[in-house]
Design a protein around this ligand. Structure first.
Ligand code: ZN
Length: 503
């Protein structure tokens, strides 16, 4: 057997261990009784230790080295060559960080998570502070092991967005700052208030039917997936034939389920589109968190919050909610789905303010990693940036610096992927529009198959084969370019709020 095929066999076991762990993780966040938490943590630790041991074993190393020799003469674009390349990247990431540090991190973050929950509940940043200090310290040590050329944040960012560079992200985000803040101020100056349509009563039983209906219509396959309820919506998969979506319900907030489900279905359809040939190998899945987010944001925003989709879906929604939507026409619903309001919480932010929430976090993270901020002063820094960008000051740290789970989990470097994905979504829409044309008419007619087909062909079928920027270039013809999102936002919201289109 060739070394590349032996590598495939070794990977299959590792992938299965991760899949088994993911099933347990999904269960933990959906159906597991509370009392099972401690036992579940141990089961998960056992599975991830086994997977780590297999990946870092001598057998794996020598098989990878032989496979590299074999692949030297292959077309670099072939799946075999890509498999070896991607495996080398994963292997290096797993072996560069010493095992003691991995163990230290999992212990620290398990504790830090508990403390963060408590700190947030009590609105006491001081409780979380010593843990955050340890997490920043550990992240810097991890960055040293992983290695970087310019900036320690590069190493951290690379864990989530392979190939992305801090300096490039910084320049990209900075270029968005003025136009976004400017657009927000213009919208705020109109004084247009919320219609209150989205916060009427939408019975939860009916919302459940809606969320299953809507994701099925856009192309999520229930033969190879399902949808359940979780406090924080997420998507996970155990292969392209078993993809799990979650959503949540609030009787008085329809977008919280409707658009969250479309968002998660965007992730889910990406996973369902991963090729069968990649199953059980490291090529399975998505290119990066940013590319994953481009798929979810595309279906949530470019499709879900469009006028065309509203025209298509409102009549259907009215069947589910005849009373609450009786007096609402397409135009009113479209505007209600796109209300812009500076708010405290990232996950509830509209399309215009969302990027500002991410930029703020990125600036704070890089300052933490550069040791330019005394962590004690983080709440003040957070609040002053909220004021500067959004014009509001959080009344409490629970709704400010303590709102996100990421830092307690050691996930410094994760946030930028949300905005990178949002930028890519707008770029993908434009590329698709110029190739397929008439996207609005297709959406209005409920024809989502050509749209999903384009994504399958240009993005999904490559799995993890290409680095994010290369994939984007193949899919759209150019590397990430933020002008697509800015043009999209300005055109859309100028029309909704009656602003001048050009600044
Ligand atoms: Zn997402």
């Amino acid at each position: 057997m060739s070394a590349i095929n032996r590598l495939r066999e070794l990977e299959r076991e590792i992938v299965h261990l991760h899949d088994a762990a993911a099933v347990l993780g999904w269960d933990q966040q959906t159906y597991m009784p509370k009392g099972a938490a401690a036992g579940r943590a141990e089961q998960l630790a056992t599975l991830s230790t086994l997977a780590h041991q297999k990946l870092t074993s001598d057998e794996f190393r020598s098989t990878l080295e032989e496979a590299e020799k074999e692949s030297a003469t292959l077309d670099p674009d072939s799946d075999d060559a890509a498999l070896v390349r991607v495996t080398r990247r994963d292997f290096d990431k797993a072996t560069k960080v010493p095992e003691e540090l991995v163990t230290e991190e999992s212990r620290l973050t398990a504790l830090a998570h508990e403390v963060w929950v408590e700190a947030r509940k009590k609105n006491d940043f001081g409780l979380f502070l010593p843990y955050l200090e340890k997490i920043v310290d550990l992240s810097l040590r991890k960055a040293d092991h992983l290695g970087y050329e310019d900036h320690p944040y590069d190493a951290l960012l690379d864990q989530f967005e392979p190939g992305a560079k801090t300096a490039e992200v910084k320049a990209l985000f900075q270029s968005l700052r003025e136009p976004l803040v400017g657009l927000l101020r213009e919208i705020q100056a109109t004084g247009i208030e919320s219609s209150g349509i989205m916060t009427r009563s939408y019975p939860i039983e009916k919302q459940k039917e809606v969320t299953n209906d809507v994701v099925q219509r856009i192309g999520f396959d229930f033969e190879t997936g399902r949808q359940d309820i979780a406090p924080h919506p997420f998507c996970t998969s155990f292969g392209n034939k078993d993809v799990r979506l979650t959503t949540r319900f609030d009787e008085h907030y329809l977008p919280g389920s409707l658009y969250a489900s479309m968002h998660e279905a965007g992730h889910g359809m990406y996973e369902q589109g991963s090729p069968d040939e990649y199953e059980g190998t490291f090529l399975r899945g998505g290119a990066s968190l940013g590319i994953h987010e481009s798929q979810s944001r595309f279906w949530e925003n470019q499709v879900g919050r469009s006028r065309a989709f509203t025209n298509y879906y409102l009549p259907r929604l009215k069947e589910f909610f005849p009373e609450s939507l009786a007096d609402v026409d397409e135009e009113a619903f479209y505007r209600a789905a796109n209300e812009v309001k500076a708010s405290l919480i990232r996950v509830e932010a509209d399309e215009v303010t969302y990027p500002l929430h991410i930029m703020l976090r990125f600036e704070i993270e890089t300052a933490m990693v550069e040791r330019k901020v005394n962590l004690k002063e983080l709440p003040e820094l957070w609040n002053s940036k909220m004021e500067e960008y959004l014009g509001i000051t959080p009344p409490s740290d629970a709704d400010g610096v303590l709102q996100d789970v990421h830092w307690s989990g050691g996930m410094i470097g994760y946030f930028p992927t949300y905005l990178l994905g949002t930028l890519a979504a707008a770029q993908i829409w434009n590329a698709m529009q110029s190739e397929l044309g008439g996207l609005e008419a297709r959406i209005e007619a409920g024809e989502f198959q050509p749209i999903l087909g384009w994504l399958r062909e240009r993005v999904h079928r490559y799995g993890r084969k290409y680095l994010p920027n290369e994939l984007l270039k193949r899919a759209t013809g150019s590397e990430l370019d933020s002008t697509h999102m800015m043009n999209y936002l300005r055109a859309k919201y100028s029309e909704i709020y009656g602003l001048s289109v050009t600044v």
